[in-house]
Write a protein that binds this ligand. Structure first.
Ligand code: 3NM
Length: 232
């Protein structure tokens, strides 16, 4: 059994050095794992490759110290090169998460191998077309957002007037009905959103700020996980 076969995207933490209010990324991840988060993605739009690798190393060490290396995957956002470099350096990275304008999932799969995890995200209005027309066989899960406007990704899904297109719960439920793959939803997600989001039937939520930017990341993560488990 590989980590890919047991994929659990229900509580998905996304973070990089710019999201943690100056705290070490590894400390926030430790809190989130203890609270029950099931998957971690290192994502940074400011860190260079070397810094990303060191960040991934610190997160992989925390996952290992928690005894969760076989159950909690560590993914790298966007940077297939960094994921491969991590492996070369002996850092356990389990896959990548890419967007529709990043390296194609087939290429990621080819380089990373069959036991790795490859996630793909798109704005929900584009995801519907993708699900209906594309070959999703190389993808393990789909990321959809944003649920609300978010400063963490100001450019996600803009309409013709430059306004962020957010998704309704009805759209997300419909998307889950037609999707052959699990769906994780994020973008401005807070604890108050979790009960209704869980009831749409989607497979999980992803957050940056609600945990990495929280005053008490452990308490924030636990509240999110508990709400998800109580309502999914
Ligand atoms: N992807 P926060 S929104 C990484 O809509 C990411 O596809 C999004 O950050 C999408 O939890 C987003 O702080 C950032 O709002 C989510």
């Amino acid at each position: 059994m590989s980590i890919r076969d047991n994929l659990d995207i229900s509580a998905y933490l996304v973070l990089g050095p710019e999201n943690t209010l100056g705290r070490p990324v590894a400390d926030v991840v430790r809190d989130a794992l203890d609270a029950g988060f099931t998957i971690v993605q290192v994502r940074s739009k400011v860190a260079g490759a070397r810094e990303l690798m060191e960040c991934a190393r610190s997160v992989a060490d925390v996952i290992a110290a928690a005894g969760k290396s076989d159950t909690v995957p560590l993914l790298i956002d966007d940077r297939l090169d960094v994921a491969l470099a991590c492996r070369e350096a002996g850092i356990k990275v389990d896959g990548v998460h890419v967007g529709q304008s990043d390296i194609p999932v087939e290429v990621c799969r080819k380089y990373l191998g069959e036991d790795s995890i490859v996630g793909l995200s798109a704005a929900a209005h584009e995801m519907r077309r993708y699900i209906e027309t594309a070959d999703t066989s190389q993808v393990d899960y789909l990321g959809v957002g944003p649920l609300h406007e978010t400063a963490t990704k100001p450019d996600c899904g803009l309409d013709d007037d430059g306004r962020i297109i957010t998704r309704s719960l009805e759209e997300l439920a419909e998307l889950r009905r037609v999707s052959p793959k699990p769906i994780v939803v994020g973008g401005g997600v807070k604890a108050a959103d979790i009960p209704a989001l869980a009831k749409t039937g989607v497979d999980g939520f992803f957050v940056v700020s609600a945990v990495a930017g929280a005053e008490d990341p452990h308490a924030a993560a636990k509240e999110l996980v508990d709400l998800w488990r109580a309502n999914a």
